[in-house]
Design a protein around this ligand. Structure first.
Ligand code: HEC
Length: 447
């Protein structure tokens, strides 16, 4: 997990570095290309300016329909102007002047230009009068495209192995041109030719190369700063990640500990529950046994708590008072037995509480007699916990007792009557003894 996170961070950082590098490279490429475009634009502007200047020179000449200049070694009369009236004139002082047409003039200007500057200009035409004015391949293409309606041609080209920005615009035939060019068949607005201007690129490229280097340097610096920042970030995050991992491991440990404890406690709890279920079962079994035992007792029976309230009762008790055990539990015994809110003054339960010994009481309910016995339930240390309250139906015994009593009376009477009848006496004595025995009393007579 730790190494995976580390790997992720590494990957992430690497991706960021790659992204950053790409951004910087893209920015550099864009900027450099922008510099190149600007350089070309500069060349374009230079070319246009030069071109305009040339046109203005020419126009000046054209506006004068050519100008007269002194004939010198360098400036000979233009042979192509043969047939033009007054090609040469002589001043009153006898100086010879010759007519200089715009093309001738511009050619001389260009010659001067070529001495002081690398900029090249060339007047040319697809149908040149003068062979020197024949276009080179680039110019020919441009002129041809003017015939197809192009207004301007500009591009990089190499001349004598050097790079130039070349620019050319069409040169339309105007009215003033017809004086000399009408014989070639030109009409107004025909494309007569064009002036091409070539700006040398080397000095411009030098400037732009310097700019490119500067940009490269700036970009590299920013790129390195960015990468350094990224590295610092990586190291820091990695450190904090390590710390976090440590904390996590610690936490995990703690977690495992807690989990273990939970497991332990769960096991304990299960055991506890099992034991409780077992205890409950035992208690239930015990309660059932208890109930069975209580029910097996031939007498109606209550177990009372310390407050004389019924804790348990047996089946005979339910039969005796025609109440379910659940109806009796929690009530005072006197509510059930006597239907009273308070105990009887002679209540054996109260007496037992004082004596802590068995207390008896004889009670008539309806036409039946009951023997009530209350036994204390004592703790090991002799304190009272409750009581066992037994109600025994004594009616039968009472009847027997009464019957025996009346029989006894009759026997006594008979005894008196049969005093002399020894055998009978003995027999009667036996009978009396027997009856007394039934009453649980001692023999009255000896056999
Ligand atoms: C005074 C006469 C004269 C006038 C006006 C004149 N040109 Fe020319 N132009 C010439 C002669 C002659 C040449 C050929 C030789 C040269 O270079 O001198 C020539 C050459 C040219 C050339 C070079 C191609 C070639 O045929 O050798 C062009 C393009 C040209 N002229 C355009 C014009 C235009 C456009 C006008 C009007 C704005 C004009 N010229 C006005 C006499 C004239």
């Amino acid at each position: 997990m730790k190494t995976r996170q580390n790997l992720n961070l590494k990957k992430y950082t690497f991706a960021l570095a790659m992204g950053w590098t790409l951004i910087m490279v893209a920015s550099l490429i864009w900027n450099v290309s922008q510099v190149k475009l600007e350089t070309l634009e500069t060349a374009h502007i230079q070319a246009r300016v030069a071109h305009e200047k040339d046109l203005i020179y020419r126009r000046w000449n054209t506006d004068h329909s050519g100008v007269y200049v002194p004939v010198t070694e360098k400036t000979k009369p233009n042979p192509y102007l043969v047939g033009i009236p007054e090609r040469e004139i002589t001043t009153p002082a006898g100086k010879l002047l010759t007519l200089m047409n715009p093309a001738y003039m511009i050619r001389q200007v260009y010659e001067l230009e070529s001495d002081i500057s690398d900029v090249r200009s060339h007047l040319t035409s697809l149908k040149p009068i003068k062979p020197e004015n024949t276009p080179d391949p680039w110019e020919r293409k441009a002129l041809e495209s003017f015939e197809r309606g192009e207004k301007e041609v500009a591009s990089l080209d190499s001349i004598e192995g050097r790079e130039y920005f070349r620019f050319m615009m069409p040169f339309y035939t105007e009215k003033g041109c017809l004086k000399c060019h009408a014989k070639q068949g030109y009409k107004e607005n025909d494309i007569r030719g064009g002036i091409s201007v070539s700006i040398p690129m080397t000095p411009l490229w030098n400037v732009s190369t310097a700019a490119t280097w500067r940009l490269t340097l700036i970009h590299t610096t920013i790129w390195i700063i960015g990468l350094a920042g990224l590295m610092i970030g990586y190291v820091r995050i990695n450190k904090s990640e390590q710390k976090r991992n440590e904390a996590e491991t610690e936490l995990e440990k703690a977690y495992t500990n807690v989990e273990k404890k939970v497991e332990e406690r769960t096991r304990e709890l299960q055991k506890e529950i099992e034991e409780r279920v077992h205890a409950e079962q035992t208690a239930q079994e015990f309660a059932m046994q208890w109930q069975t035992t209580m029910d097996a007792v031939g007498d109606a029976m209550y177990i009372l708590d310390i407050n004389n309230k019924i804790l348990r009762s047996n089946k005979l008790m339910s039969e005796l008072f025609e109440k379910k055990e659940s109806e009796m539990i929690g009530k005072h015994c006197w509510e059930i037995v006597h239907g009273r809110k308070t105990p009887l003054p002679e209540c054996p339960v109260l007496r037992m509480k004082e004596t802590l010994k068995r207390e008896n009481f004889e009670l008539a309910i309806g036409d039946r007699w009951y023997d009530i016995a209350v036994d204390p339930l004592l703790n090991d240390d002799g304190t009272l916990m409750g009581a066992v309250h037994i109600i025994r139906d004594n009616t039968g015994r009472k009847l027997v007792e009464e019957k025996i009593k009346s029989q006894l009376d009759e026997l006594v009477r008979w005894q008196k009557l049969m005093l002399n009848r020894e055998d009978r006496v003995i027999e009667l004595k036996k009978e009396v003894n027997e009856l007394l025995k039934q009453l649980g009393k001692e023999n009255r007579y000896r056999n």
